[in-house]
Design a protein around this ligand. Structure first.
Ligand code: AGP
Length: 606
């Protein structure tokens, strides 16, 4: 979703801004733009389409060492050049880039229009540019504060002003914003990815905080103009490791990287002797872990499905009631927060607005939240009381793959920790640990089957609509399989509990609607085979995702067999062929796999 980059220093700003924007491309966007302060005033360039289209449209040399840039994902108004950011004041003096949504934009527009302001875009952001330019405060900081006092909503903004050509003023409320501290140069960005080429020293702004950056210093302050005196922290250079590694797409690279990334995640975290996990970051001792009577997992989209896989693991291994709920709905139902419930926020980006709001709702009501988060130092990681970092490394493709596998493994480790202070025996704990250790090798075996999976996928891609079915442990696997398939292939894919088919959806089954059935070798195999029978009897075509020895026989037109692990961990492996299947379906359809239409990597708006 929208990205921000800002530069002030001794280099020419344009290449820094363009390179920063291209590093933010993975977040998803539909237009891009930059504004640079030059001796001749502010020069603004905007373009619908890719950053490379913007770059190609720029004149040869644009002098200027201070500038801001943006990739926009349309919210207010369509993706047009006029709606792209930066947005400027009527006289062109003030330029603003903005992520987030200004809730009272329409009433402010009406008021400003009544005062004679002419709007040139449909955006909520343009309002900010006019408010800053219209402020009578004597400083840019004062003018930004004035503007912010009149708006409600979420934002990360960076503002430049021809009258103060030495600085960028930035502010954050609900959308991520980071300062990068360099040697005689400073950066502003919505995402670490835009900074890693230039500096490893960063300052995370908090909600309600503002900052001024000049080439030699930065200052952070509150809305009451009190200095907040932040010190820079060092970021992990692993963040820069975002190459395609010989693959055509990030999604493919990220799926096939899992044997290595999973091994890295597990390193040092498994305690064979006591059959448990070592999770120091949880900040919870055995007594506190024993005190929880319930676990509530909150996440969005695929992270929510990973949460459902996790809830099943926690119920099975720790025997604590656990469930997952879409974080996007949570705060709207005025949830009851219980002191003996452990709330778990799960997020790859750590910046998903809906999940961050859910965390705040829990904390406001006195609940205890831990985060299962991939991006170190992200908002959800910082706002949680403790957590488990996923260590999946950067995930660029919009369709999440390795991060979900890591989430499920994180939940398995949490289930071990909760289980071993309850009734989970040492030997059962050790059984799960052995299962976790087998995962990297077993994922490699699945990857070896890629040509077969690709063939099945190409066949499925021809169908306009598909079902994915599973039962109990297999149901979140089916949901995630359908989610991945629809995200990148744009095919209608719907997940059902296999048991629910006969209560309605079976009416849709015919030869044109294939079903992908999750059929693990477990206590429900017979029931799953019975569901397949019901589909086959109605002429439905079936693809089974199954284990060695399961007699899917003639019921399935094709089957993909994954190695068997412990029953509680099987969902992790059953999900992986579905990732490859979605990838190859999209590949055969010629889609933009890493940046599917209409989607963004980090959904930082409500
Ligand atoms: C996954 O493929 C999706 N792009 C999406 O559902 C994603 O999982 C969701 O938006 C949550 O993102 P997060 O993990 O960064 O919070």
């Amino acid at each position: 979703m929208c990205g921000i980059v800002g530069y002030v220093g001794s280099q020419s700003a344009v290449p820094v801004l363009v390179e920063g924007l291209s590093r933010l491309e993975y977040r998803g966007y539909d237009s891009a733009g930059i504004a640079v302060l030059s001796a001749k005033g502010t020069r603004v360039f905007r373009k619908v389409g890719r950053v490379r289209d913007l770059e190609a449209s720029l004149p040869g040399r644009i002098a200027g060492k201070v500038g801001i840039g943006h990739t926009r994902w349309a919210t207010h108004g369509p993706a047009t050049q006029d709606n792209a950011h930066p947005q400027t004041s009527a006289d062109g003096r003030v330029s603003v880039v903005h992520n987030g949504i200004i809730d009272n934009a329409s009433s402010l527009r009406e008021r400003l229009a009544a005062q004679g302001v002419k709007f040139t875009s449909d955006t909520d952001t343009e309002v900010i540019a006019h408010l800053v330019a219209g402020s009578e405060a004597g400083t840019l900081e004062g003018a930004v504060l004035d503007a912010l006092s009149r708006i409600t909503g979420t934002y990360a903004i960076a503002v430049i002003d021809e009258r103060r050509p030495d600085r960028i003023v930035a502010a954050r409320n609900g959308s991520p914003l980071i300062l990068g501290v360099g040697d005689r140069e400073m950066f502003v960005a919505s995402d670490l990815a835009a900074l890693v080429r230039h500096t490893t020293s960063v300052v995370h702004l908090d909600d309600g905080e503002l900052a001024t950056v000049t080439s030699s210093e930065f200052r952070t302050f509150s809305r009451d103009e009190e200095n907040t005196a932040k010190s820079p922290t060092s970021i992990d250079l692993e963040t820069d490791d975002v190459g395609l590694d010989g693959h055509q797409h990030y999604m493919h690279s990220e799926i096939l990287e899992q044997p290595t990334s999973v091994e890295r995640m597990l390193r040092g975290r498994l305690d064979d002797r006591f059959g448990t996990a070592r999770l120091d970051g949880l900040n919870l001792g055995p007594r506190q872990l024993r005190g929880f009577r319930r676990v509530k997992i909150l996440g969005c989209g695929s992270a929510y499905y990973a949460g459902q896989i996790g809830a099943a693991m926690i119920e099975e291994l720790a025997r604590i009631p656990a469930d997952a709920e879409p974080a996007s709905e949570f705060r709207y139902r005025n949830p009851i927060i219980e002191p003996d419930t452990l709330y778990v926020a799960v997020s790859q980006s750590g910046e998903t607005a809906d999940t961050a709001f859910a965390v705040r709702e829990v904390k406001r009501k006195g609940g205890q939240v831990i985060g299962l988060v991939n991006v170190v130092g992200s908002a959800i990681a910082r706002e949680s009381d403790g957590g488990i970092y996923l260590h999946a490394g950067p995930e660029i493709a919009v369709a999440s793959t390795k991060a979900l596998t890591h989430m499920a493994i994180g939940f398995a480790m949490l289930a071990l920790s909760l289980g071993r202070v309850r009734d989970l025996s040492i030997s059962d704990g050790q059984r799960i640990i052995a299962g976790l250790r087998s995962l990297p090798g077993q994922i490699l075996q699945i990857a070896d089957d890629e040509p077969h999976i690709a063939e099945v996928a190409r066949d499925l891609a021809a169908a306009p609509s598909l079902f994915f079915i599973g039962r109990v442990r297999g149901f979140p696997v089916a949901r995630e399989g359908a989610q991945k398939f629809k995200e990148v292939s744009y095919r209608h894919a719907e997940a059902y509990q296999a048991s629910e088919l006969k209560h309605g959806p079976l009416a849709l089954i015919d030869e044109s609607l294939p079903t992908v059935a999750i059929v693990p070798d477990d206590e429900l195999t017979e029931r799953n085979l019975a569901s397949m029978q019901q589909i086959a009897a109605r002429g439905g075509r079936l693809v089974a995702i199954t284990h060695p020895g399961v007699a899917v026989g003639a019921l399935a037109a094709a089957s993909i067999t994954v190695p068997k692990n412990e029953p509680e961990l099987d969902p992790i492996l059953l999900t992986i062929p579905l990732q490859l299947m979605a990838y190859h379906a999209a590949l055969s359809l010629g889609h933009d796999i890493d940046k599917p239409r209409n989607l963004a990597k980090s959904v930082t708006v409500e």
